[in-house]
Design a protein around this ligand. Structure first.
Ligand code: ADP
Ligand code: MG
Length: 356
């Protein structure tokens, strides 16, 4: 780490985590997350209004803790990066408004960053510079995307995405119908260890020869699990929860890894990066390891705390944007500009430019 590298503070509020991270030249100095996940548990999913109120309350203390842990003061910060989308609008608004206020207070530039690109960029903090091009599989409660990353700061192509539920959402919904608490992903993962993944053959969505090769669909799978469980219950039979969890998890991991590895081979790319909360899934990781090794693709998965939403990811991408002199974007100027200009800057400079 170079002591004279810019100090970048990142703010993330796209969903239910208020994340603040501080990065200097590829080194992570602090990463503080305040999650409102418990406030959503009784609803079985994230409630945007509840999340945005929680962001409002958590923001100032979270920024203070991040500064303390990094041993820096707000006025030492050289740039501020904030997740500008995609995400829950009312939640994003809180982060963007706060980031603008901090940038104005210390008279430093503000960078709006794309959340998906930030999920990719964060891996640099753990594994060093990202080999480009690479394929990124991002799987969380809100997203399931396959991206071709030519350059994480300015050339990312969306190859495919879910056409209905996100992978994490499917884990959460299936967990709920099996009687597990929200968020259900970690519970399914744990229970599935004692189950037989071959017990029930659940459908693999969008894997037919005429289906879009890189899109995902998990809603039919969720319905298939619900029907299977209902049929057993109606017949007065026990539901083998571990077997159902393992079989469901196998269907998700199978489709995600097959499509991701296929994207690597088709694009002639030898690095696959997996991010998002579902990247913590043990079966997904094992199958990705195995399938990548079989075709000579290197697999990069950041540690769990960097996979789920956090502020370090915004700081990591912000830091790369700051370093990328040619594309310096001072969204701070927008503090004085109208909404129309803001929209065009947001669309152009999120470090994400889907080509098709
Ligand atoms: P978001 O906040 O956009 O939902 P996160 O990155 O915070 O995204 O990821 C949360 C999601 O990840 C939830 O849907 C959760 O169930 C899922 N998840 C977390 N750990 C696991 C796991 N071990 N297996 C499967 N899913 C998981
Ligand atoms: Mg989350």
């Amino acid at each position: 780490m170079r002591a004279d590298s810019p100090l970048v503070l990142g703010i993330e509020t796209s969903c239910d985590e208020t994340g603040v991270g501080i990065v200097r030249g590829g080194a992570l100095l602090s990463d503080v997350v305040s999650s409102s996940v418990e406030a959503h548990a009784r609803f079985g999913g994230v409630v945007p209004e509840v999340a945005s109120r929680a962001h409002l309350e958590a923001m100032v203390p979270t920024v203070s803790r991040a500064l303390d842990q990094a041993g820096v003061r707000l006025r030492d910060v050289d740039a501020i990066a904030v997740t500008a989308g995609p995400g829950l609008t009312s939640a994003l608004l809180v982060g963007v408004a706060d980031a603008k206020a901090y940038a104005l207070a210390v008279d430093k530039p503000l960078y709006g960053v794309n959340h998906l690109a930030a999920h990719v960029a964060v891996d640099c903090l753990e594994h060093g510079p990202l080999p480009e091009p690479c394929i990124a599989l991002l799987v969380s409660g809100g997203h399931s995307s396959l991206l071709l990353v030519e350059s994480v700061t300015d050339d990312i192509t969306a190859l495919g995405a879910t056409i209905d539920d996100a992978a994490g959402e499917a884990f959460d919904k299936v967990a709920r119908l099996l009687g597990m608490p929200f968020p259900g992903g970690p519970h399914i993962d744990r229970v599935a260890r004692d189950g037989d993944a071959g017990a029930v053959s659940f459908p693999r969505g969008l894997t037919g020869p005429r289906d879009a090769p890189y899109d995902f669909s998990f809603s039919g799978l969720k319905t298939a699990v619900a029907r299977w469980v209902e049929t057993r219950r109606r017949a007065g039979q026990d539901v083998p929860v571990a077997d159902v969890a393992a079989s469901f998890q196998e269907a998700v991991a199978d489709v995600l890894t097959a499509k991701a590895v296929r994207a690597c081979r088709t694009a002639g790319v030898d690095t696959l990066l997996i991010g998002g909360g579902v990247a913590a899934n043990s079966r997904l990781r094992a199958l990705a390891d195995q399938r990548c090794a079989a075709v000579g693709v290197r697999l990069r998965v950041p540690r769990a705390s960097l996979c789920t939403d956090n502020g370090a990811m915004a700081a990591a991408l912000g830091s790369l944007l700051v370093a990328d002199d040619g594309r310096q974007v001072l969204i701070g100027l927008l503090l004085l500009a109208g909404a129309e200009q803001e929209e065009s800057v947001t669309a152009t400079y999120l470090g994400y430019s889907p080509r098709g």
